[in-house]
Write a protein that binds this ligand. Structure first.
Ligand code: SF4
Length: 352
């Protein structure tokens, strides 16, 4: 599918052949923003609503179904926001949400009630001043995480200005960006953007969000290589999604693609309880089984940490099935094939 500018309206989805007709979708688009970049449109198999790229980006009427356990702020950002644009959930780090705009709008987004043209918008100069004052006034803040929205929608000039302000705060040692731009709008990753990301002079990490191996296009790979060469530390973020990556071969290829592009696998998120996303959720038991299968299937370099953001703002918890359990004054530990062994060993044989 070849389009020259981002698709942002239902009639454009129909014209591009990404949906057969507009039935029910105007109501979805009125509630949750729609945007599909040309790079993403090129990856969608038109006419197949179950294509993993279509599922991630093309709106569906199922989004109008909100289940009782879903909530507008699933990870509890608002309960930890001392000033507009800051989320201070853990002692040593804050989120700085400078923008609530993204180049694409993922249909499973955990902040879908906050992002988009009708979302929380961009911080005003006064709000940004207050957010910077908050960071400067809290010496325990070691790391600032720019998220949103997608901070890489900002121009290199505006990002450089932001980074220059963080450069002046001595106790901030690490700046981290959370972004989907390197895969969904890779043309934005150029020398000017990379220079802006490094402008604070702090150690800079970029957490790249990708959920399917098809997102690693030649353009995306070139951007990752450019960023790595320039000295950005690259880590991954993925969401475990029904119909997108909920099989071990897809997950294995995704994690290997990160490693091949020098992106260290970091988080595999269990999908949050965002409104209208139940068609994406699998059970935690299914997720644990998949992550356990990955252990034996691919290199240790390619293993993500499976996490759940506890609803209500209580932070992340690792939820992978534990490989070890206490038993009879010792331990039972499971190997990569699921076989149980006593530790310390009672004899030379397996304890199954
Ligand atoms: S890029 Fe991130 S913040 Fe933006 S819609 Fe996707 S998941 Fe949500």
């Amino acid at each position: 599918m070849s389009v020259v500018r981002a698709i942002k309206a239902v009639d454009e989805l129909v014209a591009a052949g990404l949906v057969p007709d507009a039935a029910g979708l105007e109501a979805v688009a009125a509630k949750y923003a729609v945007a599909i970049t040309p790079a993403v449109a090129a990856l969608i198999a038109a006419g197949d609503p179950d294509d993993p790229m279509a599922r991630q980006f093309v709106p569906r009427v199922e989004e109008l179904v909100t289940t009782p356990d879903e909530r507008a702020d699933p990870i509890g950002d608002l309960s930890h926001s001392p000033v507009t644009g800051i989320v201070h959930r853990y002692p040593d780090r804050v989120l700085l949400k400078a923008v609530h705009v993204c180049p694409v709008y993922c249909r499973f987004c955990f902040r879908r009630e906050m992002v988009g043209p009708q979302g929380l918008g961009t911080l005003t100069p006064a709000e940004l001043d207050a957010a910077m004052d908050y960071i400067a006034g809290h010496e325990e803040i070691w790391e600032v995480i720019l998220t949103g929205g997608d901070p890489l929608v900002l121009s290199p000039r505006r990002l450089s200005d932001l980074m220059a302000r963080l450069a002046g705060i001595a106790h901030v040692k690490v700046v981290r960006f959370h972004t989907r731009v390197p895969v969904v709008e890779p043309e934005r990753i150029d020398d000017a953007m990379v220079a802006a990301l490094l402008a604070s002079g702090k150690t800079t990490y970029l957490a790249i969000h990708a959920n399917h191996p098809r997102e690693f296009t030649p353009a995306a790979r070139a951007g990752m290589a450019l960023m790595h060469r320039a000295g950005l530390a690259l880590i991954s973020q993925s969401v475990l999604l029904r119909g997108v990556n909920d099989d071990v071969e897809t997950l294995a290829s995704l994690m290997q693609a990160f490693v091949e592009n020098r992106v260290q696998p970091y988080y595999l998120h269990h999908p949050d309880l965002a409104p209208g996303t139940s068609h994406f959720r699998l059970s935690i038991a299914e997720g644990q089984a998949l992550v356990s299968q990955l252990r034996g299937r691919i290199s240790g370099l390619a293993q993500p940490t499976y996490v759940l953001d506890i609803p209500g703002g209580f932070g992340k918890a690792e939820i992978g099935a534990s490989a070890i359990a206490a038993a009879d004054g010792g331990w039972i530990v499971r190997d990569w094939q699921g076989q149980a062994h006593a530790y310390p060993p009672r004899d030379q044989s397996s304890q199954d």
